[in-house]
Ligand binder design. Structure first.
Ligand code: BTN
Length: 254
């Protein structure tokens, strides 16, 4: 248990692998086979790590790759809010393990974590629903600790870039405690506290951004989040837009 100084929160169980194609894929497989909520799939490396919008998540050894299986009781419409809880939990775990990251850590809508303006961590939610509530939901997290890819359409970084390399397992243990705490708070107090905490470290708030949607782009000023986590954007034509899916780009500085 030396990896997890405080142990894991009650109800979580780790299943570890040296190598997997994708921890999300394995978590989906286990979910379909009836694995309980709180199952956490961890791999030291992935051969087919997946990112949002069908992108590849490069996954060499030295970084953290895991997927948490939940069996939600909340409505399907609230499911996207989970990515904000996950980002907050990971942001807090990173700052706890690597205090030097505190100054430059920002949340990028909808579910990235940036360090010094470059991508440090990505989150991929996957779910399957049979009715009003998701049957299961998977939160997949990739955190660059030792290395980061160089051939990405956006700048990427790793914790090693600020001279720190916390143990992946210690970060995972801390993340699960923080996630558990945020889930409890969210269930009793709703999305408000999550939104406030996320906006306190939001990248691009009040600044010009571009959002790439299916087949078009919207440029404007990022104004915040609505009560469900959709992005509020005041477009150049003066219209206010609510964006629920897309990729955000920041103008190059200098
Ligand atoms: C993104 O595109 O930003 C999301 C990346 C999510 C990557 C993680 S790594 C662990 C888990 N397993 C996967 O195949 N993907 C997620």
């Amino acid at each position: 248990m030396t990896d997890y100084p405080g142990g894991l929160p009650a109800g979580y169980r780790l299943v570890t692998f040296d190598q997997l194609n994708s921890t999300n894929e394995e978590a989906c497989r286990q979910a379909r086979a009836g694995a309980p909520a709180g199952t956490v799939i961890v791999a030291a490396r992935q051969t087919a790590g997946r990112g949002r919008r069908g992108r590849v998540w490069q996954s060499p050894a030295g970084n953290l790759y895991f997927s948490v299986l939940l069996r939600p009781s909340w409505p399907l419409a609230h499911a996207p809010q989970l990515s904000f809880l996950a980002a907050l939990a990971m942001g807090e775990a990173i700052i706890q393990a690597a205090p030097g990251a505190a100054q430059g850590l920002r949340y990028k809508w909808p579910n990235d974590i940036l360090l010094g303006g470059a991508k440090l961590c990505g989150i991929l939610l996957e779910s399957a629903s049979l009715g009003q509530a998701p049957d299961w939901m998977i939160i997949g997290v990739g955190l660059n600790i030792a290395s980061h890819p160089v051939d990405t359409p956006y700048p990427a970084t790793a914790l090693a870039a600020i001279g720190t390399a916390p143990a992946p397992r210690a970060l995972l243990g801390e993340f699960l405690h923080r996630l558990d705490a945020w889930l409890s708070r969210w269930k009793t107090a709703g999305f408000g506290p999550v939104r406030t905490a996320w906006l306190a470290r939001a990248a691009g708030l009040g600044e010009p951004i571009t959002v790439r949607l299916e087949g078009r782009e919207l440029a404007g000023v990022m104004r915040g989040l609505d009560e469900n986590g959709a992005l509020l954007l005041d477009a150049e034509d003066g219209a206010r837009h609510l964006v629920s899916a897309g990729d955000v780009f920041f103008p190059r500085k200098g």
